[in-house]
Design a protein around this ligand. Structure first.
Ligand code: ARG
Length: 569
């Protein structure tokens, strides 16, 4: 039941009875109905000021007359206050209608098929080869994952792309170093760390013997030319890096549909350069080929270096065209830190200048900087925190708490993983994405207050209530949900679909994270203040229904942001 529209219908009918006025449609009336900031002023309010002109009567007079003409069982009370009509919905009816709406949709409550037949590409995580996964990569990975879930919940087909950073002279240097000093066993055993050591050694030796740099460049050329030996070593480096990353992705429950990274576009950049040239967009500048963006107050977008080498930008242009051709996306989202704001503005502007009006469907979903214990992340200062270590630590802590509080829990290890990892992910997705995040052990691993474990615990609590209750066949008496605490839960449940819609509209998973906390808090208040297993079976049935629908909505919300909802904790 759409209460706003129902009220609008009542008002339309009353306007006719009281004033013979028929020019306003219910939809027009609905569009001016407000939701008062304070429920003491009603659930909905209709201002009569605009009618004053047409009806030539003072607003309070109109409000009084309408009030007298409306009689609807779903309205408990109507007040006429200073030109406003304030409507109070009958609480039991409100609860019944909201819960019926949830039950009709089941686990799809809050979802939609609005995106059916359309595709969204999401470029996220996009890690660099031969670098270890540190906490700076958590946000792009988890925001991207959450957005993927959210768009799928809206019926879109999604393509998760890990645009690997696997192109650059450093890989030539790494291969040179490997050929000079490395061994297969060492890399197999040490993984990414062994590759990093080779690279560090190369740079140190090149200080003494600059000729080494030529060797590095020569190996890079070989990669570009697809030389067999170079490619086999390089592909093996990639495999080792991805095996490392996959462990983290598995822990986080994240997966990708494509790992087409920068080097994938090796043979696809020529077409872009030709096209830019044909469209008269390339300008020479100090030997380099650039797209001049000064008219839009941006520095030039550099497409070819003076030595003919391509750039990150060139590959991103090729990638955008490839994605459009391959997936015919309705949207292409790039979940990348705000340091690259300018790069994406230049990229989208260049696509627009190339005449692609779909450039407007490409969006940079930027997010803030990550620091750790107040210090910015920099590989050099030795304070990098690797993601797998952070996650393992969180799992250990969760396990210790479970051992202490519920030693008899059956699948302790699994629940500890869900809770520990959930805590870190929740922390990451709690604030609006553009805010900088300072990771602190104590806060990321905090299990009380507005945290993932708190929401998970509330979910487990509702499961436990439902288990204990067993079956209850009584006809629900929704007067049992007329209490202020129950009404707060109902109101939040009603807001879930609008919250999801807003979160998708703004590509902002934190709206769902925060919603889940609000719902958990409201439910816990209800749980403490109202007896769910009331002696009155009708009341009990209604409160169990509320518990069931809250449980489901919390599970859906957590699922959207990529967090598990264990049934026991
Ligand atoms: N690998 C890049 C980095 O770590 C991020 C790539 C983002 N995606 C893109 N299409 N540019 O900074």
């Amino acid at each position: 039941m759409d209460f706003k529209l129902s009220i609008a219908n009542e008002i339309a009918a009353a306007l006719e009875t009281a004033f013979g006025e028929t020019s306003l449609t219910a939809d027009a009336i609905a569009s001016v109905i407000e939701i008062p900031p304070d429920t003491a002023m009603g659930d909905y309010a209709f201002p009569c000021f605009r009618l004053a002109k047409t009806l030539r009567k003072a607003p309070p007079v109109i409000a009084d007359a309408l009030r007298a003409a409306i009689h609807a069982p779903f309205l408990k009370e109507i007040q006429s206050v200073k030109g406003y009509l304030n409507f109070f919905i009958d609480r039991a009816t409100y609860a019944r209608e909201v819960l019926a709406g949830i039950e009709a949709h089941g686990g799809r409550y809050g979802g939609s098929d609005e995106g059916a037949g359309r595709t969204v590409c999401l470029d996220y995580s996009s890690i660099n080869i031969a670098k270890r996964f540190h906490i700076g990569h958590l946000s792009t990975t988890m925001i991207g994952n959450a957005l993927k879930n959210m768009y799928e919940f809206y019926g879109y087909k999604t393509v998760g792309i890990n645009h690997l950073g696997d192109y650059g002279t450093q890989f030539g240097k790494m291969i040179a170093a490997y050929k000079l000093w490395g061994s297969r066993e060492e890399v197999e055993r040490g993984g990414v760390n062994a590759m990093v050591s080779l690279y560090v050694r190369f740079n140190a030796e090149a200080e003494k013997d600059p000729g080494l740099n030529d060797l590095g460049r020569a190996w890079f050329r070989k990669i570009e030319d697809g030389d067999e030996e170079a490619m086999s070593i390089f592909n093996w480096f990639k495999k080792v890096t991805l095996a490392d990353a996959s462990r983290v992705y598995d822990m986080l429950g994240v997966r990708f549909d494509s790992y087409a990274g920068e080097s994938f576009y090796n043979d696809k950049m020529g077409r872009v350069i030709d096209e830019l040239r044909a469209k008269n967009l390339l300008v020479e500048s100090d030997g380099a080929q650039i797209v001049d963006l000064s008219e839009w107050n941006m520095p030039p977008f550099i497409i070819l270096r003076s030595d003919g080498g391509t750039l990150y930008a060139t590959r991103d242009l090729a990638a955008a065209l490839y994605r459009k051709d391959t997936y015919d996306f309705a949207k292409c989202l790039y979940v990348v830190a705000y340091q690259q704001d300018l790069h994406f503005k230049q990229l989208f502007k260049t696509l627009e200048l190339m005449g692609y009006d779909w450039a407007k469907n490409c969006k940079h979903v930027s997010f803030g900087m990550v620091s750790f214990e107040g210090e910015s992340l920099s590989t050099r200062r030795g304070n990098v925190v690797y993601l797998d270590e952070l996650l393992e630590k969180a799992v250990e802590k969760a396990l210790a708490i479970i051992e202490e509080k519920s030693p008899n829990l059956e699948n302790k290890e699994e629940v500890a993983r869900q809770v520990g990892i959930g805590a870190v992910v929740f922390f990451d997705l709690y604030n609006s994405r553009i805010k900088d995040i300072d990771f602190r052990w104590d806060r990321a691993l905090n299990f009380d207050g507005e945290t993932g474990p708190y929401v998970q615990y509330t979910h487990a609590r509702s499961c436990s209530v439902l288990r204990k209750a067993g079956s209850c066949d009584a006809e629900p008496d929704y007067e049992g949900l007329a209490t202020p605490e129950a009404q707060d839960v109902v109101r939040l449940l009603e807001q879930f679909p609008a919250t999801v819609a807003d979160a998708i509209d703004r590509n902002e998973p934190s709206l769902i994270t925060r919603y889940s906390v609000a719902l958990a808090q409201a439910f816990n208040k209800f749980y403490y203040e109202n007896r769910i297993l009331d002696d009155d079976m009708g009341v009990r049935a209604a409160r169990l229904q509320l518990t069931r629908d809250t449980r489901q909505t919390i599970a859906t919300a957590l699922g959207l942001i990529g967090i598990a909802a264990p049934e026991r904790m």
